[in-house]
Design a binder for this molecule. Structure first.
Ligand code: PAF
Length: 306
């Protein structure tokens, strides 16, 4: 692993003295295991929110949910190089460790697990977790190796933290399906909760990537939730044919000059296979999309239901 991908260098941790009352900061798998053993000894349940930092209201909603469910909450902050297919994307990923820590403190997080890249992937590291065909569709097809990277790091994090419950945002719907798959297939014994997408007033799903949008791009980005909402409302009004539902959504995106469609499909929420027979027969299918707004790639989804 090259040193320019080492997140430690970018993390710029707050000096210990100024974070006396904040969450405990834990940097190695061994330390987080010891922390977990202590918590278990006094009977505490553990909720876990894995993140890559740059925390926003969406993450805070996940943390709040974890606090409602469990006695102690752990947040991991780790920008995982394995899940980036473009080095430029990894380098541009926002790193705001001190601000993240302050948000975690205010949100009542008990521990922040923030290992370095060299700690999780030391020289000689080789193992990958392959989530199977689900990982090759849509996001996986557009971003080679992405879900292998996600599955590998999430498995390492879940094994180290050993939580009762782990909470993930439903905006990353395919990631959520991949994680459910690996937890089930590898008998990891953690309850996986998908938390509903949190949206800004303009409908845009909260994402760390939104901060890359210029003001004009931010306006243009509204086409993403509007496109999905248009298809969802057509479905609610009785349209069941996938063709017209998809065309309705695509029309809204192509009407936006700065938007470039990567994919837009209606899929089964577990397998992410396209809904067949040109007909959505049951509530619960997902309409999913990835759209470039300038240099920023946004993903979003909505459930088709009556
Ligand atoms: O959704 C994310 O922030 C990341 O993909 C995750 C789950 C923390 C793994 O790096």
């Amino acid at each position: 692993m090259s040193s320019d991908t080492d997140a430690t260098a970018d993390r710029n941790p707050t000096p210990a003295a100024s974070r006396a009352s904040g969450p405990e900061i834990i940097e190695t798998p061994g330390q987080i295991r010891s922390w977990r053993v202590q918590q278990r000894r006094v009977g505490h349940t553990i909720g876990f929110v894995p993140t890559m930092g740059a925390l926003h209201e969406g993450h805070l909603a996940l943390i709040d949910h974890a606090r409602e469910r469990c006695d102690r909450v752990v947040v991991s902050i780790f920008v995982n190089p394995l899940q980036f297919d473009q080095i430029s994307d990894l380098e541009q990923y926002p790193r705001t460790f001190d601000a993240d820590l302050a948000l975690c403190a205010a949100a009542g997080v008990a521990a922040v697990y923030a290992p370095s890249v060299a700690t999780l992937y030391p020289d000689g590291y080789q193992t990958r977790v392959d989530p199977g065909p689900l990982a090759n569709r849509l996001e996986g097809a557009s971003r080679q190796g992405h879900f292998t990277g996600v599955a590998t790091v999430v498995t390492k994090l879940l094994v180290a933290v050993g939580p009762d419950v782990a909470i993930f945002g439903a905006k990353d719907a395919q990631q959520l399906a991949v994680i459910r798959r690996i937890v089930n297939d590898l008998d990891l014994g953690v309850e996986i909760v998908g938390h509903p997408t949190v949206r800004d007033d303009d409908g845009l799903a909260l994402s760390s990537r939104n901060r890359r949008l210029s003001d004009n791009e931010r306006l243009a980005a509204r086409c993403v939730p509007e496109a999905l909402a248009a298809a969802r409302s057509a479905y609610a009004s009785g349209e069941r044919s996938t063709g017209p539902l998809i065309e309705t959504a695509v029309a809204r995106i192509t009407a936006e000059p700065t938007a470039r469609l990567d994919y837009l499909q209606i899929v089964d929420p577990d397998s992410f296979e396209s809904v067949h027979d040109d007909l959505v027969t049951d509530d619960g299918a997902l309409i999913v999309t990835a759209v470039w707004i300038g240099e920023t790639r946004l993903i979003d989804n909505m459930t088709l239901e009556t």
